[in-house]
Design a protein around this ligand. Sequence first.
Ligand code: PLP
Length: 375
Amino acid sequence: MIRVSKSVIGQAEQEAVRSVLSQGFLGTGPETQMFEQELGNYLGGDSEVMCVSTGTAALQLGLQACGIGAGDEVLVPTLTFVASFQAISATGAAPVGCDVRDDDGLLDLSDAAHRLTPRTKAIMPVHYASHVGDLDAVYEFAQRHGLRVIEDAAHAFGCTHRGRKIGSFGDVVCFSFDGIKNITSGEGGAVVTCDRSVAQFVQDARLLGVERDTERRYRRERSWDFDVQEQGWRYHMSDLLASIGRTQLKRFDAEFRPKRVALARRYRELLARQTQVRLFASDIGDVVPHIQPIRVGGGKRDGVRAKLEESGVQTGIHYKPNHLLTKFRVEGARPFPVAETIYGEILTLPLHPDLGLADVDEIACLVDQAIKSLP
Ligand SMILES: *Cc1c(COP(=O)(O)O)cnc(C)c1O
């Protein structure tokens, strides 16, 4: 079975974990601090990096650090992982789903403009399939309407926009290092920001709101006489997981990035010839693709999916639009015609660094055959 996505973990990660295990400190500490420094160096710019337990936690804390909570509304594309919506609702704010653009599946600002209310406080662009689109337009829109920008960059680690790395600029940028993302720490995430007050909030909030506990834990000390002023969570990163993340970061530019880019290029080259397949717009090269979604027209998506499964090729559907989920359905909301059309056509093909170009050739060929065999 060819898996749709997969963690690529080797000897180096195992040795890194063994080394932390042998030191007898598993909590957050020097290893996490080094991961943060190395991420900061990698991204460049003056941003501060705060590692946390998951990408979802990063989004939640990023929002809360901007003062977003009960009574507020946050604009977010409906075509995203439910994590984006849950992170917003975890703060007490309401996620306001927006329709997406037909060509790349990203948040449609002209649709978002219709969903603004006096309660709108932030916008969460999602870098779907690692493509950031016209991010400058998102920031202009935010500035015009007085909104904070919390980027869901879970798919976009290592991507660049106009020559600058995602995370090296912007308001608040959140990454995920879960098992299948561009780099993994097992589970994990990071909040990246140049805003000192956001950084300070996240540092304390991830450790139960214990003031300046981060500094002490990084020296392997504990706070015994401390104050707490805000609600906090146990959202810090373990040194055990940071050691996996540090190893993955070292492998990223040499192995994972070129592999993902080459595989995506090959898919695009082969599938561009197939008239019933549409590809999302993407600047491959600037983009290091986390997933490879395609659109299959003519009502053939489910048939193609079944044929691939029969041939041992696993596929995915990224994503079921969130406005169709019971928790996030809003009575009388403006419709989402584009997201619903895309939902009926999307199919995610396998993409991970353990695949070879020959696998891509075979999968593209299967897609082709499946389309031809379907009525
Ligand atoms: C993976 C992902 C997240 C959440 O990250 P976790 O680390 O799994 O919590 C958020 N948004 C999107 C679009 C994702 O793909």
